[in-house]
Design a protein. Structure first.
Length: 106
């Protein structure tokens, strides 16, 4: 399922390209915020996992990942939504990375 979403993401932008340019720019910014959140925080999450252990990393991200999507309901301000997507992507990336390393240990 995760792979399907990653493959379909760029085509979602093409579907919305028929809309107004302002909507397309907002969508591009929202996607870029998620990618930047993953790229800029991946090394920090790795260092956190090395220093404090995978249990601490899973605890923090496990409690944060369910809460962050609820923040999309708070506001329709584009800046706020970009910040939420940035943080959601960074915490989500740490969650996926740590779950993969924990599963590969066994």
């Amino acid at each position: 399922m995760h792979a399907s979403v990653l493959i379909a993401g760029p085509f979602f932008v093409l579907v919305h390209a028929t809309g107004s340019p302002a909507v397309l720019h907002r969508l591009r910014g929202w996607l870029a915020a998620g990618l930047l959140g993953q790229l800029l925080t991946l090394q920090a999450w790795g260092q956190f996992g090395d220093r404090f252990g995978n249990k601490a990393l899973l605890s923090i991200t496990g409690f944060t990942v369910p809460i962050l999507p609820m923040l999309y309901l708070v506001s329709t301000n584009l800046g706020f939504l970009l910040a939420v997507n940035f943080w959601a992507a960074s915490f989500g990336q740490a969650w996926h990375w740590d779950c993969k390393t924990m599963c590969s240990i066994r």
